[in-house]
Design a protein around this ligand. Structure first.
Ligand code: GLP
Length: 241
């Protein structure tokens, strides 16, 4: 596990974006695993900036996102499809037909998850997976549990996740209670993983992820078993290590 200590969020975003940029330059037709949440927003801003300066080409890149709220339409401004479009895809030359997000509108969970696993398999493996970290140690929407779930599945969101994500909605009652998420196995199969973590409120969980026991109660702790993980965190997030 490599840990890059960034001065602040801006520095973190620049460092993380540089790793993504290197990946795209080295393999223009790479498969990127992408994440939502506030942590990667600055990283995406940097990528857009470099694209606009003519320094990056996404024309051959494909992407697959970690998760989506169940029940939200793609044009709902809280859906993760909308997030990806507005923060990244609308501003770069990626072919949108090669950007994948679970179908939140599919009410049949089994079907939605099976379809997504087929897409993941067809893509043939993620080259670089970008992750954020939930306050309870979740990655994607893999919530603390007794087991590490393998493939894409439908999750009941933990009360702490609903609480953390309510800031994006008008009220807590509007936060969807379920989501589709890629499983831990799919995440762990990525060739390279990069985790962006910012802020003092993540310091305690980040310590558990890096130094604690590997347990499905802290889903991100499984990353200790991956051969190529880079954590890019700011000083505040690393303050307990
Ligand atoms: C959400 C997403 C995760 C994300 C996490 C942390 O619940 N499903 O993929 O990593 O929250 O979000 P933030 O970066 O806003 O703290």
């Amino acid at each position: 596990m490599i840990i890059y200590r960034a001065k602040d969020y801006k520095d973190l975003s620049r460092k993380a974006a540089n790793i993504l940029r290197a990946q795209i330059i080295m393999k223009p037709d790479c498969i990127l695993g992408l994440a939502t949440g506030s942590s990667p927003v600055g990283t995406y801003e940097k990528l857009v900036e470099w694209y606009q300066e003519g320094d990056l080409d996404f024309s051959k890149v494909s992407s697959i996102n970690l998760d989506e709220y169940k029940g939200l339409k793609p044009d709902n401004d809280q859906s993760y499809r909308y997030f990806m479009d507005t923060h990244l895809f609308n501003h770069i030359n990626i072919d949108k037909t090669r950007t994948f997000v679970p179908n939140g509108l599919e009410t049949d969970s089994e079907k939605a998850c099976k379809n997504y696993d087929e897409i993941i398999e067809k893509l043939g493996g993620v080259d670089l997976q970008l992750l954020g970290l939930g306050h309870n140690g979740h990655i994607g929407f893999n919530e603390p549990s007794d087991v590490f779930p393998c493939g894409t599945h439908c999750v009941d969101l933990a009360p702490s996740t609903i609480e953390a994500n309510k800031r994006f909605f008008t009220s807590e009652s509007e936060v969807p209670r379920q989501a589709y998420t890629m499983g831990i196995r799919s995440i762990m199969l990525a060739k390279k993983i990069i985790v962006v973590v910012s802020g003092k409120d993540k310091a305690e969980i980040l310590k558990k992820v890096i130094c604690g026991p590997i347990t499905p109660n802290v889903p991100a702790s499984v990353l200790q078993l991956h051969a190529d993980v880079t954590i890019v965190a700011d000083e505040a997030a690393l303050s307990q290590i």
